[in-house]
Design a protein. Structure first.
Length: 457
């Protein structure tokens, strides 16, 4: 186990992201049932919920919901032995990582006992409901008070959750004792507002290659220019919201190209210097690296190597040093931070499999390379994102659970292989370039949870 210093990261995986895509015709609330070594058998639903028996001890249940109207959601299951079953309330899975927010209220059981099913009881001053566990409490929340525009179904409280930011409770169950669950659900008000904005054309056109202008906050203003690729895009996606949540402001500039290495960034910069009219020297939304460096008074400029190359020290040379000198020439006030990449998921079928490399070996090689290069170019510091990911992956609470072998043809949309605690997208459904969703596999890029983790490093 390598020593990993100077990496102080909160691994509570909270999402600081609003829903950013148009809503589908039918958004769904979802309830997952998982037996702890206890087989459970799916029953019926008298509310039309879709019930899927994923395995002998896992059941998924989905039901369409709308905004502004509480809908009854009911289902039945039967344990095949005495034991424990987790009941998890969440939103429908979104392959693009966007979170669908669902309100739940008045959960009741027959055949087992639920604690605080109406969420009225508080366990502590933070407003966490007694009897329940939350993944990433804070974005998930309990709303208390009788807001006339978004009232509870009953009482004075209801819970707001998403697929990632979910809530669950463990039940004691008895063999052959059928359990019937009823709860009320609706599409959360924030998602309904996004749908209205999309319909009216009021959604903002976010262009990644242009600097993100800050909102007005009373705290500190920081200007950061990212020289990188899709990894730096992933790592910074939630950074503006995180900064703003602390009352500060951020200008975020992007000199990023998917799959771009340090060598390529330097080559493109040289093309501009040789001929400022050469469009190839202006790859960042028709701007050159020099133009971006001179476009603002940057506090920080980051450098990141392509993930595949990041474990190979010789691929950094002399390009990292050349770029550092270029930054100091055209943005002399800026601190230079080296932005560490992360290792691929253990079941990667590309680099890891082809080179017979383990995830830990990939991490250690890239970690060592970034350390050496940071010293060589006299960087102000390293952003230890890869170290944060590796620490999280080795924490027993976040141990990755994936099957040894996956046959993609065995899955039909929207079902996915189990990939609990994954810090990358992994298996997901995508319609990119296709008429119907296709099951894809991405062992490299962040999912919603790891985008937040990367932002807080």
């Amino acid at each position: 186990m390598p020593t990993r210093k100077h990496c102080f990261v909160a691994i509570g995986l909270v999402l600081l992201v609003a829903r950013a895509s148009d809503l589908k015709a039918q958004d769904k609330a979802r309830i997952d049932l998982k037996g702890d070594k206890t087989a459970i058998k799916a029953g019926a639903s008298d509310t039309g919920a879709k019930i899927t028996q994923k395995s002998q001890n896992v059941i998924y249940c989905e039901q369409a919901v709308t905004a502004g109207k509480w809908e009854k959601f009911a289902l039945t299951f039967t344990p095949e032995a005495d034991g424990k079953v987790d009941v998890m309330l969440r939103g429908e899975f979104q392959a693009n990582g966007v979170q669908l927010w669902i309100d739940y209220d008045k959960l009741e059981l027959a055949g087992a006992t639920i604690v605080n099913g109406d969420f009225e009881q508080k366990a502590d001053p933070a407003n966490v409901p007694a009897g329940w566990q939350f993944k990433s409490w804070g974005k998930s929340k309990v709303v208390r008070g009788k807001d006339e525009s978004h009232p509870p179904h009953s009482g004075e409280a209801y819970v707001v959750v998403s697929h990632v930011n979910c809530i669950w409770q463990t039940l004691d169950v008895k063999k052959d004792q059928a359990v019937t669950l009823t709860v009320y659900a609706r599409l959360s008000a924030s998602d309904a507002q996004d749908a209205q904005d999309a319909a009216s054309g009021e959604k903002k056109d976010e262009k990644k290659m242009q600097a993100t202008k800050p909102k007005s906050y009373p705290g500190k203003l920081v200007r950061i220019l990212l020289i990188g690729n899709s990894y730096s895009q992933n790592a910074s996606e939630y950074l503006p919201a995180l900064v703003e949540s602390q009352g500060n402001s951020l200008v975020l500039g992007h000199a990023e190209i998917g799959g771009c290495s340090l060598e390529k960034h330097w080559t493109l910069a040289q093309k501009f210097e040789a001929n400022p009219s050469d469009f190839q020297g202006k790859p960042y939304s028709k701007r050159s690296l020099r133009e971006l460096l001179e476009s603002d008074t940057w506090d920080i400029v980051t450098l990141q190597q392509h993930s595949w190359l990041s474990r190979d020290l010789k691929t950094y040379r002399p390009f990292a040093a050349n770029l550092a000198a270029y930054i100091r020439k055209y943005a002399p006030q800026a601190k230079i931070l080296v932005h560490e990449t992360w290792a691929y998921r253990t079941d990667d079928m590309g680099l890891l499999k082809k080179t017979h490399t383990t995830q830990e070996q990939m991490y250690q090689a890239l970690h060592d390379a970034y350390q050496v290069i940071a010293k060589e170019i006299e960087a102000d510091r390293i952003i230890p994102t890869g170290t944060a990911f590796q620490n999280a992956r080795q924490d027993p609470r976040w141990k990755l659970e994936v099957p040894d072998n996956v046959d993609p043809s065995a899955y039909k949309y929207p079902d996915l292989p189990v990939q609990k605690h994954s810090l990358v997208l992994g298996w997901a459904w995508s319609k990119k370039g296709k008429a119907t969703p296709q099951l894809i596999y991405d062992p490299k890029h962040c999912n919603a949870a790891s985008k937040y983790l990367a932002a807080v490093v």
